[in-house]
Design a protein around this ligand. Structure first.
Ligand code: IMP
Length: 421
């Protein structure tokens, strides 16, 4: 039995999709377990760039079944768009995409409310405006519409009719927005039902059966540890659990099904949206990281905030998720930096903190150590030994400080630009 979980260890955008795509060569089933269209997964295969928001990154691999798990919130328009795009490119979506009947639907009112709530907030979160928070809120309030509901016409009509009454009141009276038309939403869900007919199933049992048959399963997290609704930098977080608990809740697997938990970590740190970011660099180095790393959101196009590696965050992520190894991405972006800064801990008023704080992260001062950089372009390195000595020093430094082995080093966006140690 093999079940590996891929977890983002920072604030998302760690390059998970590339590593998942790489691992797919030894995988039978890839499962997304939380989040929705807020995620943007970029995979470059044979020089062609693909960006996914909902479909798991494994869809580009022949014979790999891709599962959208029960923990997701699915925007029907977005998923239909991705399916059409993939089919146009010749991918067999019908036979290789499976969608949980318990996943929730992001409907047009969720997106409008997401945007409207941001307008009303005194301190903005900087959401992706994809309706994620309002949809998960409805799930908790038990207003949610699930994929399985689509197949009972009477039930879904009655449920959407009732929900829309409440939503239209909210839109009009609270947010001064236009009311939404019931028939348009009913038409949308009906179109979606027809499009995904034959792909919907109880994905829990699909996974149980697959593991019993010794299939190799990979669970794909979206966003990252510090954006977790429970363990992240609340309220500047997403509305789901990208951490290991979310992998279980969002698939129906149990802890004993899992035997590897791989943290994906970028060689520096980025964050998109608002919220504390202790190692942010607002100077020339931050701009250089953004330019060299192409650090612009793949969902919203927003420039990402950039800064240095944060060991304290990684130690927290390791503890929270039980990481068994790390994949270090975008090491090539550090080519040409004379000094590379690493924050090895935090202090507040000159006193060193013992761990990543649950509050007031905006008050901490990073404690930096500087590592000598390297001049060489490392993107053509394919073996660890080919890396310049200073790049190896950097990798070992992180490994030792965090206390988790780095088993993969990525030196470029393409599948081939990957070193396995
Ligand atoms: P939401 O998930 O759209 O509600 O946004 C909440 C916060 O999470 C915002 O700061 C977003 O920028 C951030 N966020 C959501 N999805 C991602 C992602 O895939 N990568 C990085 N940040 C994300």
């Amino acid at each position: 039995m093999s079940c590996k979980v891929i977890i983002g260890t920072q604030w998302g955008d760690e390059g998970k999709a590339k590593i998942i795509d790489y691992f797919c060569r030894d995988t039978d089933i890839v499962v997304r377990y939380q989040g929705g269209g807020n995620a943007g997964h970029t995979v470059v295969a044979d020089g062609v760039k693909h960006i996914f928001h909902l479909v798991p990154s494994g869809i580009l691999h022949n014979g790999v079944t891709c599962v959208i798990g029960n923990g997701l919130v699915i925007d029907p328009e977005l998923l239909m768009h991705e399916i059409v795009m993939l089919e146009k490119e010749g991918f067999d979506v019908k036979n290789f995409l499976r969608i949980s009947d318990s996943a929730h639907l992001v409907l047009p009112y969720h997106k409008i409310i997401d945007e409207a709530m941001e307008e009303f907030r005194d301190k903005k979160i900087g959401t992706t405006k994809r309706g994620i928070g309002p949809c998960y809120a409805d799930k908790s309030l038990r207003y949610g519409i699930r994929v399985g509901d689509l197949f009972d016409k009477e039930y879904i009509t009655q449920r959407i009719t009732n929900t829309l009454k409440i939503k239209n009141l909210q839109l009009e009276k609270i947010y001064s927005k236009n009311k939404l038309n019931l028939d348009e939403i009913l038409n949308l869900v009906d179109k979606f039902r027809k499009r995904i007919d034959g792909m919907v199933t109880d994905t829990r049992f699909l996974l149980y059966n697959s593991l019993e048959k010794n299939k190799r399963v990979l669970l794909e997290g979206a966003q990252g540890n510090a954006l977790d609704i429970d363990h992240g930098t609340y309220p500047y977080v997403t509305s789901s659990n990208p951490t290991i608990g979310g992998a279980l809740a969002g698939t129906g697997l149990n802890p004993f099904d899992i035997n590897e938990i791989v943290g994906i970590v970028k060689a520096y740190t980025t964050r998109v949206g608002e919220g504390p970011f202790p190692t942010e660099d607002n100077g020339d180095d931050g701009s250089k990281l953004r330019e060299k790393g192409g650090e612009f959101g793949s969902t919203t196009g927003r420039p990402r905030r950039c800064g240095w590696f944060d060991v304290e965050l990684l130690k927290y992520t390791k503890r929270l998720n039980g990481l068994t190894s790390l994949a270090l991405t975008k090491l090539d972006v550090l080519n040409g930096f004379k000094k590379i800064r690493v924050s090895v801990g935090y202090s507040v008023n000159g006193k060193r903190l013992q761990h990543f704080p649950s509050q007031m992260l905006d008050k901490v001062e990073p404690i930096y150590e500087d590592i000598d950089g390297w001049e060489e372009d490392i993107s053509s390195c394919r073996n660890y030994d080919e890396l310049p000595e200073n790049a190896k020093v950097y990798v070992r430094f992180i490994e030792e400080k965090v206390g988790v082995r780095i088993s993969v080093v990525s030196v470029g966006p393409d599948r081939s630009e990957t070193i396995v140690r």
